[in-house]
Write a protein that binds this ligand. Sequence first.
Ligand SMILES: [Fe+2]
Length: 348
Amino acid sequence: MDQPQPTVLLVDDEVGTLELMGRLLEAQGFQVHLANSSRDAIRLIADRSFDAVVSDVMFEGSEEGGEVLAACRSLRPDAISILMTGYPRIEGAVNAIKDGAIDYLQKPVDPIVLSATIQRAVRERRMVRRTEDLTFNDMVDILSGLVSQTIERVDPYTAGHGERTRRYCRQIATDLGLDLECTQRLELAAIAHDYGKIYLEDLSFLTKKGPLTPGEYKMVQRHPEVGAERLGGHTQLEDVCRYVAEHHEKWDGTGYPLRLKGSQISPAGRILCVVEVFDSLTTKRSYKQPWTLDKTIDFFESQSGRSFEPEVLDTFLRLLERHGEEWLDAPRRDLELAGVIEAQPAAG
Ligand SMILES: [Fe+2]
């Protein structure tokens, strides 16, 4: 069976070198992503998985390659990491290997050597993975997929909503410096936040075209608590259930079901509140068209200290500047893939 192209994240602050190496690795059959700062690299690592992360050590005089390596180790333990440096020191190499890098290459790096090093490591890693037991991450991914499919079955317009919410929550949490344990629990809550919907007595209004009646609205407002209740039971899920229960609360106390206010909402819950609203507004639903990027940004800017906590909102708006177009287009692609809407003909 054909193996998928290995994905490589290449990180270097010298843009010319970065682009050249990227092209050379692409010519060798890799799918390449570029980052020209350690900060961008860490964002990308938080956002998606890579087979390999190849990073420079020095960034404008500061030794930030170790931070990329640390992010890789904690967020993507399955990825292989390689460091490159123009100032090789034996202790640097020893420390990098101790910290989990598989190699430490001297710049200028020969792309053929780099390509062979990555290919070999990826092949070995894949062989090991095939014979290994399921990892915790595998289980989370598999079960998350099942939970998402269950929710999407009762409301097909939410196709991909859970997974996108998980991805954006993880990025905000990473930028805000939330610890890994809290971030992982937030990711679980992001996947399962609408789980309570499947237990509503009447499911037909979830896909109804017009506005909800007051009675229907009251019923749908029960879903955060119902979801938390139904998910609960395992001691490890206590925080996850709290975030699920909070996902429609608002910073100024005008949300539901408990009208919690300010610090009564957990930090992770505040992130989930922002992302949930964003993805809902920018997705086509049975009763509405998706919002445009300008309208969405105007709305969020007007909600600082009102619906949303200012620090979380600022972090989110910074991410939106960078990823806005892509995040706005993501629901359409997921709805097309799920067959809920027809594929749009390609432009041009
Ligand atoms: Fe919800």
